[in-house]
Design a protein around this ligand. Structure first.
Ligand code: ADP
Length: 865
């Protein structure tokens, strides 16, 4: 490229005369890459090189003869005019300026114009301006300026070095970060910015960068003032347009403040970790979705679950019981919403049993002061909870006891004023515990009891710890008097009581019962004293507690002397053993005692007594005492004896005439039969029937007398029981028209006994069955053997025997109530005699009967062994 500067022009002028060279110049001008313009002093273009057409597209003939401003950018016009004025005043001096010239397509291009005033040169007589196109340079300059601007304004520090590390660029941010100005740093190396860095590491990093790998990392640098600065840096290799490395560019950011926060956070995190990982409390963290984001190892010990199972899960997702999960959610939500700490207690199901925890829920804040997470510290307090529950339970128990206790407790102060009362007091005296608090209690007492209670109260007040009982009446709210039994204790010195404690209960009923008892005892004594019988009471063991007056009158003993063993001393020696035997039975079984015995009177006479005693038992059946009487039955006994003697004599005396009458009647009947006096025979038959009845009655009376006197004789013979019963029935059926007597079964037994008397037994039972079943038509006899006994039962469908009379019908002369009315004849001796006979055969008779339905009498006799 040829640039025609002033030396060239001068040279050209020197050759001015050399016209032969004109052609050469023209060619040069025309082919120059510059535009050469000749301007007159008036500013008119007198010549333009043809290169203008190539460069700006304008044909040169359009330009010649025009003013220069035609091509100049309006913004550059003033500059150009200024320079033109200077050029005019400074001949032969070249002046330089940059302008935009218009291309024929309308665009503007940058040119460097160099003008020189050679108006004085007669060969030229013009101002020569040489325009060189500098558009490309201008553009790259602009680009550079733009980039430099960017670099200056980037918030990162930008440092550029050459390959040796000498700093060739240092921007404002780099100055701000490190404190050095560009002047201080240009030409220096970056190593003094990082005095603490490991050179080996630096070398290694450098190698990597040279190999084309950008370095990205964090370095600790030092500022001009000596303080540390954390740098986040990216270093890249710089290459020229041919790709050759020619330097490094480092773009860095000051992250010191972030680093400080990070370090502080890191330390905090480490501290938290160290504490949490070793804490015995459960520590966990929940995010906004109530999920575990952290749990410490303690949770494993408590739940038996590995800690990772918790992470990312809510309580619900962990399968916790619904109520627990919802409680937790509610508590967490509250903390997230309010930002306030919460405390909740809950039971956590663990493999063995439930464990109780107290949890503190602590909000953790984000930068914007919202709650980002919740930290939970849960401490187990199962033991404490249990203790609390036990305490609560025992308090409740105590309160329930006090409320439901039959007793009431009042606390009185030293002047007897009511300070406290248990709820049960309302039940006893009608007043609520809060009634007349702070008022005196003496006013509530029965006037007759006031002085007694006052004395006791005074005694208690004088002696701390003293406890005294009292019985007194107090007025019930309803106006009635209530008997109370109480104990007052002086606990004024007791630190947690500081009162007189009065414990009392209602004994009104007991008092009434005592009074009733006293009354009834008095009644008993009056009654017992006036009775003609001997009356006594004895302890459960039998020692006498009380005798009535009759005892002392009869025995002549002194009332003062108790003489507990007096009984045995005055019972007739012959009676003593059986009385004692009876007593022994009564004493051990508690059954009533009854015995007849003779008692010696004061005058030495023995008189018969019927002794009876019954045990007075308490509700639970335990004998409380024995109550007994002894009734003088001597006169009765004698009358009985006289009656027996009379019956015995009478029946004996009747026997002979009746037998004689019977014999003679039979004789007479036979004679009259032979004579054919049938009418008389039938009359005699009736007489005979009545005589037979009479004979039976006399025999029965005789038998019973003999039995009474123990003089009835028995023979011992083998008796075929089946045959005996069959015979009896055959005979009886002959004279019985109303009933059919049937036999069922057989005993096949032979027994030892008195045939006639056994016959008498069965005849009696069968006659009774017929006699007492007038409406019925059958009597059934059953024979059977059971074990070692023969059973003969007689069954009828008759009137039956009322249950309460059944045990009496075997007594002598006893007849059941109705049988007398129904005109069934009899003396009430048959069953007596029968049972005596059976007894003598070592057997027994039983009866089962239902009134209106019939009776069954069964005779048991021992088989012959
Ligand atoms: P009695 O001479 O009165 O029949 P017993 O000694 O034979 O005397 O009987 C006593 C009482 O037992 C009778 O008066 C009667 O009331 C009752 N008695 C006995 N046997 C029967 C029976 N088979 N059915 C109903 N009552 C009977």
């Amino acid at each position: 490229m040829f640039i025609p500067d002033k030396n060239v022009i001068a040279h050209l002028h020197a050759q001015d005369a050399l016209t032969q060279n004109e052609t050469l110049f023209r060619a040069l001008f025309e082919n120059s890459s510059d535009i050469i313009v000749l301007v007159t002093a008036e500013g008119l273009i007198s010549y333009v090189s043809p290169s203008i057409t190539r460069i700006l597209g304008h044909p040169s003939e359009e330009i010649v003869g025009r003013h220069v401003p035609l091509l100049i950018h309006p913004d550059d016009l003033a500059l150009m005019q200024g320079v033109f004025a200077d050029v005019l005043q400074s001949p032969r001096e070249s002046l330089r300026a940059e302008y935009r010239l218009r291309h024929c397509d309308g665009s503007w291009r940058w040119f460097e114009g160099v003008g020189m005033n050679v108006l004085d040169d007669p060969g030229v007589e013009a101002i020569v301006i040489n325009f060189r196109d500098i558009t490309d340079r201008k553009q790259s300059e602009d680009q550079l300026l733009f980039q430099a601007d960017i670099l200056r304004n980037v918030t990162e520090s930008v440092i550029v070095t050459d390959l040796k590390g000498s700093i060739i660029y240092w921007n404002e941010e780099a100055q701000r970060v490190f404190g050095y100005t560009p002047e201080e740093m240009l030409g220096k190396t970056t190593s003094e910015l990082y005095p603490d860095s490991d050179t080996m590491l630096l070398a290694h990093d450098l190698e990597n960068i040279l190999a084309g790998k950008d370095f990205v990392g964090v370095w600790l640098g030092r500022r001009k003032d000596g303080t540390s600065v954390w740098i986040d840096i990216k270093t890249t290799l710089l290459r020229d347009s041919r790709g050759a490395a020619h330097g490094f560019i480092g773009i860095a950011k000051d992250i010191t403040s972030r680093k400080v926060v990070e370090q502080a956070l890191d330390i905090q995190q480490q501290e938290f970790q160290a504490i949490a990982e070793h804490a015995r409390d459960i520590i966990s963290r929940f995010d906004l979705a109530y999920r575990h984001v952290y749990v410490n190892p303690a949770i494993e010990a408590f739940t038996g679950l590995p800690r990772h199972t918790f992470i990312g899960k809510t309580f619900e997702e962990l399968g916790m019981p619904d109520s627990l999960a919802s409680d937790w959610k509610a508590a967490l939500r509250k903390v997230f919403e309010t930002g306030q700490e919460e405390i909740i207690e809950f039971a956590f199901p663990s493999p063995m049993d439930s464990k109780w925890f107290e949890s503190h829920l602590i909000p953790e804040y984000a930068h914007d002061r919202t709650v980002a997470s919740v930290l939970v510290i849960a401490r187990e307090f199962t033991e404490r909870k249990r203790a609390e529950e036990q305490l609560k339970a025992s308090e409740e128990r105590l309160r329930a006891l006090l409320e439901h206790s039959a007793d009431a407790i009042s606390l009185l102060d030293h002047r007897g004023r009511r300070m406290y009362a248990t709820p049960s007091s309302a039940r006893i005296i009608g007043y609520e515990p809060t009634d007349y608090l702070g008022e005196g209690t003496i006013e509530q007492l029965h006037p007759d009891d006031v002085s007694q209670v006052q004395q006791i109260f005074t005694a208690i007040i004088e002696q701390p710890g003293l406890s005294l009982p009292a019985q007194f009446r107090a007025r019930h709210k309803n106006g009635s008097w209530v008997w109370l039994e109480g104990t007052g204790t002086n606990l004024l010195d007791h630190p947690s009581i500081q009162a007189i404690v009065v414990n009392y209960r209602d004994i009104t009923e007991r008092k009434q019962a005592e009074e009733a008892l006293r009354q009834s005892e008095e009644n008993f004594r009056v009654l017992a004293a006036s009775l003609p019988e001997i009356v006594w009471t004895a302890t459960p063991e039998g020692s006498i507690q009380y005798y009535n007056q009759r005892w002392y009158d009869y025995t002549g003993f002194e009332p003062a002397s108790k003489q507990p063993e007096a009984w045995s001393a005055i019972i007739h020696p012959d009676d003593l053993s059986h009385v004692l035997a009876r007593w022994e039975i009564a004493h051990t079984t508690g059954e009533p005692f009854e015995a007849e015995y003779r008692l010696k009177r004061a005058d030495g006479m023995y008189r018969w007594h019927l002794g009876r005693s019954i045990a007075i038992k308490e509700k639970d059946g335990i004998i409380n005492k024995w109550f007994g009487t002894a009734t003088d039955i001597t006169d009765q006994k004698e009358a009985e004896q006289q009656k027996d003697e009379f019956i015995s004599i009478a029946s004996h005396e009747l026997k002979t005439p009746v037998t004689t009458i019977k014999g003679l009647t039979q004789l007479l009947k036979r004679r009259l039969e032979r004579q054919g006096a049938t009418e008389l025979v039938s009359i005699l038959a009736s007489v005979e029937t009545q005589i037979n009845r009479l004979t039976r009655l006399v025999n029965d009376l005789l038998d019973s007398s003999k039995i009474q006197a123990g003089r009835l004789d028995y023979v011992q013979e083998a008796v075929d029981l089946d045959a005996l019963v069959h015979n009896i029935i055959e005979t009886m059926q002959l004279t019985t028209t109303t009933h059919t007597i049937s036999i069922h079964g057989a005993s096949h037994a032979s027994i030892k006994g008195d045939r006639d008397k056994l016959e008498q037994v069965f005849i009696n039972l069968i006659s009774n069955a017929i006699k007492y079943s007038p409406q019925a038509t059958s009597v059934d006899i059953h024979l059977a053997v059971s074990y070692d006994m023969v059973m003969v039962s007689v069954h009828d469908n008759g009137v039956g025997i009322p249950e309460e009379q059944q045990h009496k019908i075997f007594e002598r002369f006893y007849r059941a109530q109705d049988s007398t009315d129904r005109a069934a004849p009899g003396l009430g001796m048959g069953l007596y005699i029968a049972s005596e006979i059976v007894k003598r055969h070592h057997g027994k008779i039983t009866v089962t009967s239902e009134e209106g339905k019939g009776s069954t009498f069964t005779v048991y006799l021992p088989l012959e062994s």
